[in-house]
Design a protein around this ligand. Structure first.
Ligand SMILES: [Zn+2]
Length: 109
């Protein structure tokens, strides 16, 4: 069993979490025409990185989404950041970045 950190609840059993996808996928700009290929790329194509990866997870107990950075080779968790303001972190915390390198600039998950 692994233990993951919810930014809101702290350390919890991995069975309380749901994988929601890779972080950083940029949604196509829908202010103009979007091709089927662009939608397919956004919806289906994943990098599936070996090593350090940023992923969106949901803690099923509190229902919050957050970004977890982990090493997919060793399964070691490197950090967790809320997608919205965490308790004590104030509103407006972007939460899109990793625990140590800030926002990636690739858009929201
Ligand atoms: Zn939680």
């Amino acid at each position: 069993m692994q233990v993951y950190t919810c930014p809101f609840c702290g350390l919890r059993d991995e069975r309380e979490f749901f994988f929601a996808g890779e972080a950083g996928a940029a949604r196509p700009d829908t202010t103009g025409p979007v091709s089927d290929a662009e939608w397919a790329e956004y919806v289906h194509m994943r990098r599936n990185m070996l090593g350090r990866a940023r992923e969106v997870w949901m803690h099923l107990t509190c229902g919050e989404l957050f970004v977890m950075e982990r090493d997919t080779l060793s399964a070691r968790v490197l950090g967790s950041v809320a997608l919205r303001g965490a308790p004590g972190g104030g509103e407006g915390a972007d939460g899109a970045g990793s625990a140590d390198d800030g926002p990636d600039g690739e858009g929201t998950p």
